[in-house]
Design a protein around this ligand. Structure first.
Ligand code: FAD
Length: 431
């Protein structure tokens, strides 16, 4: 056997152990499986998806997501992941980029509609601008593109800026789950560079119509199983055995998995778990809660502003409509997290009923989900604590939305991190 052939044989026998079956772990697994690598995927939970999952809810008698997730047509890594895992075409798009808003403080409505192409002429079209703003107000977008280092969003656009309340604040909360006075401007700039800077083609909203499970997660798990990968749920990694600069065993509490010399690991768990397993690692601190309220409504809905509606002047921030389930998102919701679910449901339903002109409907069947560690705190200080893909252990790579992708903690960031970890392993001699 020639050197090339023996290298391929060694790589084929080698196993990549991927710990964490969230979007990052799934993306790493799919990329490696597509390249013929033997993959074992573990998760402590009884299902895949992590923070991006669906489940059957008995109160609503519907499959619901833990939280509304919005993707954009600019999310190339996520779309490539879906193509690779057979989930292509499952997301529902609205055909063009249009973000409708209703201000519950004064009842006004408007829509943000960027035009095609990178020249933003929509800013000069009074019918497309946000009411009460001038073309010059949008120059703050350029200031973001130059944002560096310690600047927060509020350092670039203070709350006196005419675009702060109708645009920068809701955008920051939605993208970074961090209030503008704390959120890293450079991270918002990374999103603007990939979306608005290219025009409406990159800003089209995409939604998992059937749910995150059926549309994003299940196709990937199905693809992995069909490719011969092993998927092991209910397995919590407790300790990583090391020898010198290598990981040599994985302890799941129910027996140790010994790693062969050619084996490698992708650790795709949240930052707190990674910090416990690799104490030398510096990880970003946990951030804020994202609150979701799901309401099952009966009868027709008079509102026709599309699948998502932004709200201003209310507790509810975004309203998603999926069939007969209306779901509300509140980001950076730490202040609300300790309030009783019944009180939150009343408050958020009142916002929905007003925004969607539903009249005096009684509170329908509902579910409140508080994701207390929804993302890491996306502050300038925490960006310095995001580790890269490689670690001190030669055969162990990191993945997760909190690693240093240059992107916010989103599906796109998580998938990018997983794909990078996979590529780093594929470049190694034994994969
Ligand atoms: C409510 C909510 C709304 C969101 N909205 C959006 C949105 O609109 N758009 C968007 O793009 N992103 C959104 N996000 C962010 C997005 O969900 C995350 O960025 C992404 O899912 C993170 O994936 P991950 O694989 O990095 O981490 P996780 O999903 O946290 O995956 C890590 C996995 O590791 C497992 N694990 C942990 N410890 C161990 C252990 N010791 N052993 C084995 N397994 C372990 C966990 O069970 C989990 O499955 C939202 C998040 C939340 C919570």
């Amino acid at each position: 056997m020639g050197r090339g052939a023996s290298r391929i044989a060694a790589a084929a026998m080698a196993t990549v152990h991927i710990v964490g079956a969230g979007m990052a772990g799934l993306a790493a697994a799919v990329r490696l499986a597509r390249r013929g690598r033997r993959v074992v995927l573990y998760d402590r939970a009884p299902m895949a998806g992590g923070r991006c999952r669906s489940y059957y809810d008995t109160a609503l008698d519907r499959l619901i997501d833990n939280g509304n997730h919005l993707l954009l047509s600019a999310n190339r890594a996520a779309l490539a992941f879906m193509r690779d895992s057979g989930g292509q075409g499952r997301l529902r798009g609205s055909g063009s980029a249009r973000f409708a808003f209703t201000d519950l403080a004064d009842g006004t409505s408007f829509a943000v509609r960027p035009n095609a192409g990178p020249l933003p002429w929509w800013i000069w079209a009074s019918g497309r601008r946000i009411p009460g703003t001038q073309p010059s107000d949008y120059l703050s977008g350029l200031a973001f593109l130059r944002a560096r280092g310690q600047a927060t969003v509020a350092d670039i656009v203070g709350n006196e800026d005419p675009l702060f309340r109708p645009f920068w604040e809701p955008l920051t909360l939605a993208v970074l789950n961090t209030t503008p006075d704390r959120a890293a401007a450079s991270l918002l700039a990374a999103v603007l560079r990939r979306t608005f800077a290219w025009g409406e083609q990159r800003c089209r909203p995409l939604i998992a119509e059937r749910g995150l499970g059926p549309d994003l997660v299940d196709p990937a798990v199905g693809y992995l199983i069909a490719s011969g990968a092993e998927v092991a749920f209910g397995r919590r990694l407790r300790r990583i055995g090391r020898d010198g600069g290598r990981a040599v065993s994985l302890d799941f509490g129910d027996g140790e998995v010994a790693l062969k010399a050619s084996d490698s690991v992708v650790l795709a768990v949240p930052p707190s778990a990674a910090g416990e397993l690799l104490p030398e690692l510096q990880v970003p601190e946990d951030g804020d809660t994202i609150l979701n309220a799901h309401f099952r409504v009966d009868g027709p809905l008079p509102h026709d502003d599309g699948p998502i509606l932004g709200l201003l002047g209310s507790t509810a921030q975004w309203v998603f409509s999926r069939g007969d389930v209306i779901s509300v998102t509140v980001s950076a919701a730490g202040d609300l997290a300790d309030r009783p679910a019944s009180e939150l449901a009343e408050t958020l339903w009142a916002d929905v009923a007003k925004a969607m002109r539903l009249g005096a409907r009684p509170l329908p069947a509902h579910r409140i989900i508080k994701e207390r560690r929804a993302t890491f705190a996306q502050t300038p200080e925490n960006l310095l604590r995001r580790p890269g893909t490689r670690t001190r252990l030669d055969n162990l790579m990191l993945a997760g939305d909190w690693t240093d992708t240059g992107l916010p903690a989103t599906i796109e960031g998580a998938v990018t991190s997983g794909q990078r970890a996979a590529s780093a392993l594929l470049r190694r001699r034994h994969g």
